[in-house]
Design a binder for this molecule. Structure first.
Ligand code: SF4
Ligand code: SF4
Length: 559
């Protein structure tokens, strides 16, 4: 076994990637990611202890969030960047350790702990890739072959939920919004994954606590995004092209979107979104730019063909980046936590200044116009503020029976053919069913003409995966309007598609809120052991997707 990773839905055989990732991750990068996570556990040991003693270290807190985020599927494939992150993490851990030890001595006259975990103290002989790779191979998911499979499953489920939570925490942080409670929780929970005294029940408790913090994290990010850029508005987004040089921007970072639009004013360069950035088209602050043309192409995994045809410069602000073809690699730029060897990386902004996108803009100016893939418009912008602004209309439609059922079809898209299921479900739903969506899953059906019900579109697209918060908020508001104590009594079915770890925190958030009978597909996560699946079935009635016909029948029956 050259590596082991089973954190995403496309893992080999739904068991684990052991030779090379389906995503393109090499064993070397896999080991460095494992070592980074282990080093973050070391920071967390001192971070938790430090907080007990009144010692905090904001740079270490941020490093934990960003390190977790960097190891999410399709964020960063760059060995050199991981070596830098590991070195910085060890440096911060030692600074925190020294501060905590000093506080311990001041309070009790002795050091903090007799038994220190290796992650809290290990320092490499050097920062050569080979040295770090060798250590990383010893500290990953399968480091302890004797570990109980249910504990391993719950520890990894928790870590993957934390990765998603860290991503949302970092997106908010970029907009200068953060929560000490969330930053502290990331460390407390990472420490829990090293605690051999915690059994299955305690770990289930940590997993649900992560769901609770996931709700907080998504609410925080929703506030950060809407305070900065306004509430998304119902918008018809152009999916065709315009003559002229262009930049394609993907990922979730709205501040990058903002600064790129500002810096391209008057340059003659048009800006388009791709994949995860589609929802940016609905924000009032961005819509005002005449050179912001619309969205190009489909979900993340189509990028190898679509980026080739786009012709212009491309900016990846967060996941998902997939190994680029040579035909467009020199036009592909990364920024933030994204990295791919051979692609130019745009550095972080300096305090008080914007990121410098001049190299990206210069590349765009020297490039061809995009080739048209399709034409027309798609509707977006149905986040909570919009839906609640027409709440009376929605409630009346439910009361009159014009809307019989809502179907939450949120989550991710992916390469597997079995995801055709989601297109077939969307097409097969009765005319009185409305789809609520957020995340890339929508690309399986958002270009279908499903019509509307009394002016309410049958696909209500709330935005990015983090905007799943909007869906929960809408459900809670509807429950209140109908005077229901339990949101499971609403006419809402859940058919969630997952791929990577942001979707894991969305799922845990739904479970924390008590949502039951979620269908999860296209496969159940490989990291859930049979007993952990049983816990989810017993407590939440979670189930794998079935056949299209069976699931349509169940949805029509309100399940
Ligand atoms: S992220 Fe997914 S595809 Fe990549 S190595 Fe891990 S399990 Fe495999
Ligand atoms: S919807 Fe899924 S695949 Fe797309 S960015 Fe969000 S978590 Fe990743």
């Amino acid at each position: 076994m050259k590596m082991f990773c089973y954190q995403c839905q496309e893992t080999v055989g739904n068991k684990g990637c052991t030779v090379r990732g389906v995503c393109g991750k090499t064993p070397e990068v896999a080991h460095l990611q494992d070592l980074l996570i282990w080093t973050l556990k070391g920071i967390s040991f001192w971070g938790v202890k430090g907080r007990e003693l009144g010692v905090t270290h904001p740079a270490a807190d941020l490093a934990v969030a960003q390190g977790l985020f960097a190891t999410i599927t399709n964020v960063n494939f760059d060995t050199a960047r991981f070596v830098e992150m590991i070195a910085e993490a060890i440096h911060l851990r030692d600074a925190l350790k020294e501060a905590a030890q000093t506080a311990c001595h001041a309070q009790s006259g002795s050091g903090c702990a007799a038994d220190l975990p290796e992650a809290a103290t290990w320092t490499p002989e050097n920062y050569d890739v080979q040295t770090l790779d060798a250590k990383g191979a010893l500290v990953g998911v399968m480091a302890d072959p004797e570990l109980d499979e249910d504990l391993r499953s719950l520890r990894e489920l928790l870590i993957y939920g934390l990765k998603g939570l860290a991503a949302y925490t970092d997106h908010a942080y970029v907009l200068d919004v953060y929560s000490n409670e969330l930053l502290a929780f990331l460390q407390e929970a990472l420490l829990a994954t090293m605690d051999d005294s915690l059994g299955v029940n305690e770990m289930v408790g940590w997993v649900l606590k992560a769901g609770e913090m996931g709700v907080q994290g998504m609410a925080l990010l929703d506030k950060a995004n809407t305070d900065a850029y306004g509430h998304p508005e119902p918008t018809q987004v152009n999916i065709g092209v315009k003559e002229g040089p262009a930049i394609l921007i993907s990922g979730h970072d709205l501040r990058d979107m903002d600064e790129l639009l500002q810096q391209t004013v008057g340059t003659g360069v048009n800006v388009y979104t791709h994949g995860e950035m589609l929802p940016a088209n609905a924000y009032p602050v961005f819509k005002k730019y005449a050179h912001f043309v619309g969205n190009y192409g489909g979900s993340w995994w189509h990028q190898t063909t679509e980026f080739e045809k786009f012709g212009g410069a491309i900016l990846m602000t967060t996941n998902c980046i997939v190994p680029p073809k040579k035909s467009y690699q020199d036009r592909l730029f990364t920024t933030g936590l994204v990295g791919y060897p051979g692609c130019e990386h745009i550095p972080d902004r300096k305090p008080g200044a914007q990121k410098d996108f001049s190299a990206l803009i210069a590349t765009a100016k020297a490039s061809a116009s995009p080739q048209e893939l399709e034409s027309g418009e798609i509707p977006i912008g149905f986040a909570h503020a919009t839906v609640m602004s027409v709440a009376d209309k929605v409630i009346d439609a439910v009361k009159s029976g014009a809307i019989k059922q809502f179907v939450v079809m949120a989550g991710c898209d992916g390469r597997q053919r079995s995801r055709q299921y989601y297109t077939d479900i969307a097409e097969g739903l009765p005319q009185d069913h409305v789809i609520l969506t957020a995340g890339c899953a929508k690309y399986r059906y958002n270009k279908l003409d499903l019509g509307d019900i009394g002016g309410i579109p049958r696909i209500l697209d709330a935005g990015q995966c983090n905007d799943s918060y909007s869906l929960v908020y809408i459900a809670q508001q509807l429950a209140q309007a109908f005077e229901l104590d339990d949101i499971n009594d609403l006419p809402i079915s859940y058919d969630i598609a997952w791929y990577e770890q942001k979707a894991v925190i969305v799922l845990l958030a739904l479970l924390y809120l008590g949502v039951k009978q979620i269908r999860l597909g296209p496969t159940l996560p490989a990291f859930l052991s049979p007993n952990v699946v049983q816990v989810l079935v017993d407590n939440f009635d979670i189930k794998p997707i079935g056949s299209v016909a069976d699931d349509l029948a169940a949805i029509a029956a309100g399940k």
